[in-house]
Design a binder for this molecule. Sequence first.
Ligand SMILES: [Zn+2]
Length: 394
Amino acid sequence: MNPEVFVQQAMSVISDDPYDRVPSMVIQMMTKPDVVFDTHCHIFDKYCVTKNYFLLRLLGNLDPDKSFDEILEQIVGSNKDNEFDELFKIMKMKNMTEVLDHYLQNFACQQNIVCVPLMMDLDEGWYFKAEKTQKDQILELKEIMQHRAILPFLSVDPRKAKKRGDNNLYKLFLDAFTPDENNNRFFGIKVYPALGYLASDVSLWPIYRICEAKNIPVVTHCGGSIIRSYQNDYDMYGYQIKNNEVVSLKYHLNIKNSKERANFLNHPKHWEVVLKKYPKLKLNLGHFGGIDNWLQLSKTGRNEVIETINRLMGYENVYADISYDIVENKFAKVFLDNYDNNITIRNKTLFGTDYWMALAAGDFKKNAGEFLTKCGPRKDKLMHENPMTYLFKK
Ligand SMILES: [Zn+2]
């Protein structure tokens, strides 16, 4: 589908009122006085990703950059404390409803919760294709909306702009945002630059235009680099700011170390040009830069990634979520110090868990619970007030 036709269609059929996209289960949930939002979680099952995705989660950094000995050592040393038992359970689940219910029954901080599940699309940036197509995943998530309080986010990959048929990026977007027979449709989109593209990729430009015009929230991965592409040495086409103008950019990606490459692609600075062009875009920088940057901030008092996020938060609708970070026990102190002393952080931070990614990071329930206890009365802003503005403001 060509981008002009896409923009024309999307402009005419998609509402600019986020409330039109809220399913009745979420409306009902939002009548509960203590309702909270988990703005960043994942409920995809094994058929939505690939076998080696699970291997990677199990083995942490199993990647071609490591030596054979290092990988062997990791395999031998893993699962000493049954730390992967939770992941094995997820691997055995048959569909996304089971994965979601496992969260709601065992890990959610309370019963009255609205979840924002983010899809994952590894088709273009990974070695193998998932068994369940994106189109089928969209159908399944819309079906789940009929019975559970969720606001699903579609993963978008600019390399799918060139695909034909059902797997075309713009076609998938229209599919997701078109109501099904129960009037259920998607609520937001997910961008994952570490899979091998720039946040300002030319093929995402029409998508951002629609998201800004229709108040569709965007979340981008802006943290850890475990999930990343292993392709290198190719040209990327996006935009940049030159003499205060938005102009096109051809960038030759050539960073040999895949972790460094992912850190480069994940960097929030790439969003600067997107926000210059679409200043009202609702954007959530997922993981608030990631735990390593927060730990560095707590050690040295400075961190360039977090400072960039702070600057971008100057835009009206830019937020950051603290998913995954909350399970690292050193995070609470440094984050809450910053929260208390910085009004932007106070108004622009969103609670999220990163279930089930975070299950591999230790005792999720205990650690997340301790974090929330330390938050005390700040919970209301993080889990309710700020998410409400990010998700629903028109
Ligand atoms: Zn995530």
